[in-house]
Design a binder for this molecule. Structure first.
Ligand code: UN1
Length: 480
């Protein structure tokens, strides 16, 4: 059977590529989710040119025009959340309910930034000189490159594209090659939204061709990237060399501290959700669980029971709690880290086996490594799978020190019933996101998102803080 190839969106036209890439369902490798055109370098250049040409017109669009376009996109995504959620679950492997939730989140991101397009901030001052006024204006940054990962196939594109367009930028977007279907569906909605041709362009393809071309082109004034530290460093180096702007969201090694006074049920719930839901494939996942001495053994025992009972299966099965991991490469990496963890001296308390299900997919039993120490590779390197470790801490001071002893700083949590401990950990955890009695993963769409230390670089994403990346400030002195 002839499979339809989904083309790239360049300058308002759907353009076939130089090759194609297949998008397969990690729950069922016999299911071809779609076939997508891969852009070559000339097509990436054309997309950047189209975005540059569309720039002045979109920058001059009224707040009402931008609101109308973004609101229309948000409403269509919301109306199609079930259909697009199923597509997302098929290509990425997260359970259907979470995938539908992700599409709804993308819808809300567009609706939030539709509103922000009406409220672009500015300042007015009287000059220190008589008879002179000063206006501080926000202007669009220009063409932005948006490079997104596979773990949130529609929410992460949405939370970069929506503010870019709201603040008057034009966009060239490269989604992760593993998950082009959701990004393509979003591009299709954007293409019909009434914005000028070229304001949004989609180019699918590998980072070494498409990504490299985007980051190197001087017409691209800024790049917003979510992905690995290695690629983030490359993006930063290239953008810095040509004085472009960059916004990087990279890894995490997020600690969740369970203090003696924690409610055990809350601790197990929060740790299970944060560490294992979405197969642990979140940069905000709770990968380091740190329990103080008085609760450690009870916490580990309860976690083992809970993890053993988690239902791992096809993303579209109604009773699945944990889907497959996204790819063979990811599965191999997860299994390798489990081996490393045991070699380094920690103990595999539960899980870690590749599972056989009714369809051929990348199923891995969620795994817990106990008796681990913070110097082990499994506690220093991001695994990005359904694998968490437990460390024993003597007391809250020790737990806090362990939590902060990492080069990352994205999200960090504490489970406690003590207001005093909660306030202290909120203040002293070194992370861009702090969660009290909540999973380290799972964030709202209307408030800033980002990390400290090696997790992030550049201004925050989301909420009203997104204006910092997508605009430049002009200070105008006016003598009437
Ligand atoms: C979330 O935890 O809801 O790639 C969001 C990631 C993050 C997003 C996490 N950029 O996992």
């Amino acid at each position: 059977m002839q499979v339809q190839v989904r083309p790239n969106l360049i300058g308002g036209a759907w353009i076939d590529g130089a090759g194609t890439t297949d998008d397969r369902n990690p729950s069922d490798l016999s299911d071809l989710v779609g076939r997508f055109a891969v852009a070559d370098e000339a097509q990436v250049d054309a997309a950047i040119g189209a975005a540059a040409d569309a720039g002045p017109g979109w920058a001059a669009a009224t707040p009402q025009e931008r609101f109308t376009v973004l609101e229309r996109v948000g409403l269509e995504l919301a109306a199609r959340a079930d259909e697009l959620g199923e597509l997302l679950a098929r290509e990425e492997g997260k359970p259907r309910a979470e995938a539908v939730g992700e599409v709804q989140r993308a819808a809300m991101l567009f609706r939030f930034f539709a509103g922000e397009a009406l409220r672009i901030p500015g300042e007015h001052h009287r000059s220190v000189r008589p008879g002179v006024d000063v206006d501080v204006l926000r202007e669009p940054l220009g063409v932005v490159g948006i490079i997104t990962p596979w773990n949130f196939p529609i929410a992460i594109p949405a939370w970069k594209i929506a503010p870019a367009l709201a603040y008057g930028c034009t966009v060239v977007c490269k989604p992760a090659e593993l998950v082009p279907a959701s990004a393509w569906a979003l591009a299709d909605v954007l293409a019909r939204s009434g914005m000028p041709a070229g304001a949004f362009n989609l180019v699918v393809g590998p980072g070494r061709v498409v990504g490299e071309r985007i980051i190197a082109d001087p017409r691209v004034r800024g790049v917003s990237f979510t992905g690995s530290q290695a690629v983030g460093a490359r993006v930063a180096a290239v953008l810095a060399s040509r004085f472009g702007r960059y916004q990087l969201e990279m890894g995490g090694k997020n600690p969740l501290v369970i203090l003696d006074d924690a409610d055990l049920d809350v601790a197990v719930d929060v740790a299970t959700q944060g560490a294992f839901f979405q197969a642990g494939q979140r940069c905000t996942a709770s990968s380091r669980l740190i329990a103080t001495a008085g609760i450690h053994d009870r916490f580990v025992a309860a976690m083992v029971d809970r993890i053993a009972a988690l239902r791992v299966g096809h993303a579209l099965d109604a009773d699945t709690e944990i889907g497959p991991v996204v790819s063979e490469e990811q599965l191999t990496q997860d299994l390798e880290y489990l081996r490393v963890g045991v070699d380094e001296g920690s103990t595999l308390a539960v899980g870690g086996d590749r599972l056989v299900r009714g369809t051929d997919g990348y199923y891995l039993a969620p795994a817990l490594l106990v008796d681990s120490t913070n110097d082990m590779r499994v506690n220093r390197e991001e695994i990005f799978g359904p694998v968490a470790t437990v460390q024993r801490a003597e007391d809250p001071d020790h737990a806090l020190a362990l939590a902060n002893a990492t080069e990352f700083g994205l999200s960090a949590g504490v489970v406690t019933t003590s207001l005093r401990h909660a306030a202290r950990f909120r203040d002293e955890l070194q992370a861009g996101l702090v969660m009290v009695n909540l999973p380290t993963a799972g964030v709202d769409f209307h408030v800033p998102f980002g990390g400290t230390k090696g997790s992030s670089s550049g201004p925050r994403e989301q909420g009203r803080h997104a204006v910092e990346f997508y605009t430049t400030v002009k200070t105008a002195y006016v003598r009437p």
